[in-house]
Design a protein around this ligand. Structure first.
Ligand SMILES: Nc1ncnc2c1ncn2[C@@H]1O[C@H](COP(=O)(O)OP(=O)(O)OP(=O)(O)O)[C@@H](O)[C@H]1O
Length: 595
């Protein structure tokens, strides 16, 4: 079975609504059917009870199932079926009461504290910590001693004890969403807080709340049954727990008494757990926005036509360094494997800059990460090879790739600031790889790091060496990362949008630096970018990527002169329409730029 077939098989119900997708899973369908039955009993079961659940008949004590009593009678001569029907109603409604209290306090508190912050945040976080520090069982026992054995009261109190579960969940989600630009945009557009909370924020927290609700309900059922089983409930109110208690008292004489409530509790808890699990997969992992990236089973959106190749016989400088063939990358999702790179070919030669250009989401970064063995969790190479200096990096193990990273292949990331550890000085972050990769002693590594800082145009290398990342500008941080990437003189440098996070003047400086270093060290460079202007500035060859495919590749000049694929033409049009290209750079004082 091919991986794609496997992906299809594991993708039931793709493209259908949530209810259809839930029903497509047999375990979830069974759970839903059982919960539906429980709901029917909760809301319509009591009138069906053949007798009064509390009516005792001294003549019919511990009668076995059958005849007048389909499920038999208990030790007090009460009809077990009638008690089970009423107990189902009471146990489930009491658990739902706990859920309602927990939701009300937790969700409302979490939303308000997360959204408004300030004193509300301080007070509610303090209260939540207080409630969490209380041992639930001790509180419930104390409440029973003071307030009496009411299942409703104990479940309402248990709801308060459970509310921090929702509070923490909602609080952390809302705190992270509050700063999002679209929330600011909603504020700016004049929407009131209530509307923003209801429309933008609730939408984010809805799915986790639904999932948590199923888990909390089953916890409430378990705790309530435990308390009643211990005889702490009201003996006049039939519940699953009190029936368990009764069954346990007669376990040798009528073992079936224990079976009915035990089955009811177990099946309801399992059904809720299965439902929560599937809901989590569907709501948190499986949702795919319309027009979002395709999945393996969707088939490539960009038709699998052979890419337009300009002068395929010409291989850059003729000294092939990296050769990627048929690379396919996919991410595991609950709905199957989602393929994001669909079998691409690419090569980089020693001494050339090869641009990998395309719009956001086209698969450029995943291609680069796959070569370096840095795919995120859930991502894997589905097929293909990446031969670097004669070794297939994808065929070898992680240890082989780790050996090549840093030594044979250097990497310059997109976000300079987030790629430097704020806890260490820049110097120590440069020295460490030199000592580990090249086995240098501390003095030699320090001297080399200082030399590299000077080489990449840092005005005061000593000062920058002892500075922490937050003490330098974005442009300087990127120079530092470039210095680190070339410090081991790698044969191949992979630069992923190295100038995106920088302002325009610094961008030009960094690109010039990359070109200089590439020529000095005779490196091959794979430059990932969405900007054809950068390609024009720097690249010898270019591959144009769209929706996980390479649609056109060839020497940069040729592509600029004679692009054939409509997508390449549209990318070119977008830069050529934008105005004239910049003139040659005037020699600038780098100190001014970076300061
Ligand atoms: N961790 C992940 N899990 C699932 N899908 C992912 C993950 N990371 C990336 N993808 C998907 O892979 C596809 C290609 O992403 P990639 O990062 O390679 O795009 P890109 O061309 O580099 O664009 P950008 O410049 O915006 O990063 C996207 O559709 C993205 O949603």
């Amino acid at each position: 079975m091919t991986q794609e077939t496997a992906a299809r098989r594991h993708a039931p119900g793709r493209g259908r609504g949530l209810p259809a997708r839930l029903l497509a899973n047999p375990a979830t369908a069974l759970s839903l059917a059982f919960l539906f039955l429980v709901t029917l009993v909760v809301f319509g079961g009591e009138p069906l009870a053949p007798r009064d659940p509390n009516h005792s008949s001294l003549h019919d004590i511990l009668v076995g199932p059958g005849g007048d009593y389909p499920l038999g009678t208990d030790g007090a001569g009460r009809d077990v079926l009638s008690r089970l029907l009423v107990a189902t109603r009471i146990s489930v409604l009491a658990a739902l009461l706990a859920l309602a209290v927990a939701l009300l306090l937790g969700v409302a508190g979490g939303m308000l504290a997360g959204y408004y912050g300030g004193w509300f945040d301080t007070v509610s976080t303090w209260l939540t910590s207080l409630v969490m520090s209380l041992p639930a069982i001790v509180v419930l026992l104390a409440a029973r001693a003071v307030l009496g054995p009411s299942v409703w009261l104990s479940m309402a109190i248990f709801g308060v004890i459970l509310s921090p579960v929702f509070f923490r969940l909602v609080y952390s989600l809302v705190s992270s969403v509050r700063e999002e630009l679209y929330v600011d945009a909603a504020r700016v557009s004049g929407l009131g807080d209530a509307r923003i909370l209801g429309r933008h924020i609730l939408a984010v927290v809805r799915a986790p709340i639904i999932i948590q609700a199923a888990i909390v309900t089953s916890t409430a059922i378990a705790i309530q049954s435990g308390l009643e089983f211990l005889g702490l409930g009201d003996p006049s109110v039939p519940t699953w727990g009190s029936m368990l208690n009764e069954g346990f008292a007669n376990i040798y004489r009528a073992p079936m008494l224990l079976l009915w409530p035990a089955v009811a509790i177990a099946l309801t808890s399992v059904a809720l757990a299965v439902l929560a699990n599937t809901l989590r997969d569907e709501l948190e992992g499986g949702a795919r926005p319309a027009g979002g990236p395709q999945t393996a089973e969707d088939g490539p959106r960009e038709t699998a036509h052979a890419p337009v190749r300009h002068r395929p016989e010409e291989t850059g400088t003729g000294r092939e360094l990296l050769s990627v063939r048929g690379l396919r990358v996919g991410y595991r999702t609950p709905a199957g494997v989602r393929e994001v790179v669909h079998g691409i070919d690419l090569s980089v030669d020693r001494g050339e800059v090869h641009g990998l250009v395309g719009e956001s989401g086209s698969g450029k970064t995943q291609t680069a990460f796959a070569v370096m063995g840095l795919l995120s969790r859930g991502g894997r190479v589905l097929a293909g090879s990446a031969v670097f200096e004669g070794n297939d990096l994808l065929a070898g193990g992680e240890a082989d790739r780790a050996r090549v990273r840093g030594r044979g292949i250097g990497y310059v990331p997109q976000e300079p600031m987030s790629n430097l550890d704020p806890s260490f000085t820049i110097g120590s972050q440069l020295v460490e790889p030199l000592r580990v990769c090249l086995g240098m002693d501390r003095r030699a590594a320090r001297a080399r790091a200082l030399g590299l800082l000077e080489r990449v145009g840092i005005p005061d290398p000593e000062r920058t060496f002892s500075a922490y990342p937050h003490q330098v500008s974005g442009g300087m941080a990127q120079r530092v990362l470039i210095a680190g990437a070339v410090s081991t003189e790698p044969a191949l440098l992979i630069a992923d949008e190295p100038t995106t996070a920088l302002d325009v003047t610094v961008q030009a400086e960094v690109l010039d630096l990359l070109r200089d270093l590439q020529q000095d060290l005779d490196m091959g460079v794979l430059l990932v970018t969405h900007n054809f202007g950068v390609v024009a500035d720097l690249c010898d060859r270019v591959s144009v990527m769209r929706s996980g495919h390479i649609v056109e590749s060839g020497p940069t000049r040729e592509i600029f002169r004679d692009a054939e694929h409509p997508y390449t033409q549209s990318l070119l049009d977008s830069i050529l329409d934008g105005g004239s290209a910049r003139g040659p750079l005037a020699p600038t004082d780098r100190k001014d730029v970076d300061r």
